[in-house]
Design a protein around this ligand. Structure first.
Ligand code: AP5
Ligand code: ZN
Length: 213
């Protein structure tokens, strides 16, 4: 699984790491945003929390992940991005995986300082078609506002407004940062310097995966 502050590059790296490992990427943020876009009951329940930069209640997200892990493509492994996010979610995940006769192999912590994540989130753009993550300055498409990969338009996430970014960072420090100690105590945590070109960070992740089996 990947852990790190908003804007650390979890979604960007998750794409590469999941395809490198030939496992599905399970991103609770992506699943929640898809539900909001489709106007499902789950989406309607989650939207207010997401727009405010708050976490969606644990039980809602836990049920969502339990369903996702039961899908056939997760049988031989998966990469978690954005879950767990609180100690109760981590405890529930440990139980869920123990029931399935498995457990997490490794937790990669993407380490980036706050000023840099603010720059990253402020300039982030996402493709409406294929979901690829861009940045107006650090990873711009050839034509502004248009995805190079699929030609669809790019949009800015509703929660990437300055006041919401500040709240998400506070929530991360309060609710999610404790997972670093939680997984450290399990001997599963590897800190990864997530500053520098995207491909350098990806290589560091691959090296960490290789050395921890
Ligand atoms: P979620 O979607 O998980 O958002 P997040 O954790 O805030 O993380 P982000 O997606 O903002 O950032 P990222 O680390 O993926 O960075 P990215 O790769 O895009 O959650 C959203 C909301 O959903 C939450 O606030 C909550 O309400 C709810 N939610 C989700 N999961 C939940 C859970 N488990 N429990 C409860 N609620 C939950 O990169 C950012 C930018 O930087 C991009 O523009 C990218 O191009 C650029 N970039 C990436 N790498 C680099 C690099 N090396 N150098 C320069 N720029 C880079
Ligand atoms: Zn696209």
């Amino acid at each position: 699984m990947l852990v790190g502050p908003p804007g650390a590059g979890k979604g960007t790296q998750a794409e590469f790491i999941a395809s490198h490992l030939s496992v599905p990427k399970i991103s609770t943020g992506d699943i929640l945003r898809a539900n909001v876009a489709e106007g499902t009951e789950l989406g309607r329940e989650a939207k207010g929390y997401m727009d405010a930069g708050e976490l969606v209640p644990d039980q809602v997200v836990i049920n969502m992940v339990r369903d996702r892990l039961a899908e056939p493509d997760a049988e031989d492994g998966f990469l978690l991005d954005g879950f767990p996010r609180t100690v109760p979610q981590a405890q529930e995940l440990d139980k869920m995986l123990a029931d399935l006769g498995t457990g997490l192999d490794l937790v990669l912590e993407l380490v980036v300082e706050e000023e840099e994540v603010i720059r990253r989130l402020s300039g982030r753009r996402t493709c409406r078609g294929c979901g690829k993550i861009w940045h107006v300055e650090f990873d711009p498409p050839a034509v502004a506002g248009v995805c190079d990969r699929c030609g669809a338009e790019l949009f800015q996430r509703d929660d990437d407004k300055p006041e919401t970014i500040a709240e998400r960072l506070r929530v991360y420090a309060r609710d999610t940062q404790p997972l670093v100690a939680y997984y450290g105590a399990q001997g599963k945590l590897v800190g990864l310097d997530a500053v520098g070109p995207v491909e350098d960070v990806t290589q560091r992740a691959y090296d960490a995966l290789a050395s921890y089996g």
